[in-house]
Design a protein around this ligand. Structure first.
Ligand code: ZN
Length: 227
C-alpha cells in the first residue's frame, strides 16, 4: 500500500507576505507607524524571526523596550499591532509584544501551556490565499500574519528536535536552532566558556585532592623538608 501513501502526500509551502513599515515612531511604551506597500523579503533575514524574537533582551521592567520592538518591526513586520488586516496604520504595544515573546519562550522550553498556545495559532492558520503551484504541484499558503508564520516555523523546528536552549547558564541568547546533532551550545563562544569552566573545576578538584597528600602532617616519619 506504499503507493497509496505517496499519492495522498501533499507538499505544502507557507509564504509570508507581511508588509514593512514606511514610517515608525515611539509613543510611550508603543511603536506606531504606517505600513508601506513593500512586502518582507525573507531571503534578506539573517536570523529566522522565531529565534530573533525569543532572544530579544528585556529592559529593567522585564519588557521588550520600544527601541528594540521598533527594530524588530522594521526588519520582520508587525507582530501584534494590526487590528484590521487591510489597515496601514499600526500600533504595536510593547506589553502585547512581550506577552507573545513569553508564549514563544515558554513553548521553546517545552512548557505545556506554551505549546498549547502555539498549537492554537496553527489551528487558526490565518492565510490570505491557498493555491497550487503549477510547476511543483505543491500547495502554497500565503499569510500576512507574522505570528502564524513564527508558530509554524518554530513548531517545525521543535518537531525536528532542533529548537534548543543553550546549556550555558549565563548565555545572553539561549534560544537557538541546532545546526548539527548533539550541539549543546548556541555558539562557539558559549562552548569555549563552558569548556574553560569545566577545565577550571577539574583543576580545582585536583588541587583539593593534592593538598592532604603533600601536607606536612602526612609526611612519613624521618623525612624533613629541605630548602
Ligand atoms: Zn549560548
Amino acid at each position: 500500500m506504499q503507493y497509496m501513501q505517496s499519492y495522498y502526500a501533499i507538499e505544502l509551502r507557507l509564504r509570508y507576505y507581511g508588509r514593512l513599515p514606511d514610517s515608525t515612531s515611539i509613543q510611550g511604551a508603543s511603536v506606531v507607524g504606517e505600513l508601506g506597500n513593500e512586502t518582507v523579503d525573507v531571503r534578506r533575514w539573517k536570523e529566522p524571526p522565531h529565534e530573533y524574537l525569543a532572544n530579544m533582551l528585556r529592559n529593567e521592567r522585564d519588557f521588550c523596550g520600544p527601541a528594540s520592538v521598533e527594530a524588530f518591526v522594521r526588519r520582520y513586520g508587525i507582530l501584534t499591532g494590526q487590528t484590521v488586516a487591510t489597515a496601514s496604520r499600526f500600533f504595536e504595544s510593547c506589553i502585547n509584544f512581550t506577552a507573545f515573546q513569553e508564549k514563544l519562550r515558554r513553548a521553546w522550553q517545552c512548557d505545556h501551556e506554551g505549546l498549547l498556545e502555539i498549537e492554537a495559532q496553527l489551528e487558526i492558520l490565518d492565510v490570505i490565499s491557498t493555491q497550487i503551484d503549477p510547476d511543483s504541484g505543491c500547495v502554497v499558503l500565503a499569510t500576512e500574519n507574522l505570528w502564524t508564520f513564527i508558530c509554524f516555523f518554530f513548531h517545525r523546528d521543535l518537531t525536528a528536535r532542533k529548537a534548543k536552549v543553550c546549556k550555558s547558564p549565563d548565555c545572553p541568547n539561549p534560544f537557538f536552532i541546532q545546526q548539527r546533532k548533539g550541539q549543546l551550545y548556541c555558539s562557539h563562544v558559549c562552548a569555549v566558556r563552558e569548556n574553560v569552566r569545566r577545565f577550571r573545576r577539574a583543576e580545582a578538584q585536583a588541587r583539593e585532592t593534592e593538598v592532604p597528600r603533600n601536607s606536612g602532617k602526612r609526611r612519613p616519619n624521618g623525612v624533613t623538608k629541605t630548602r
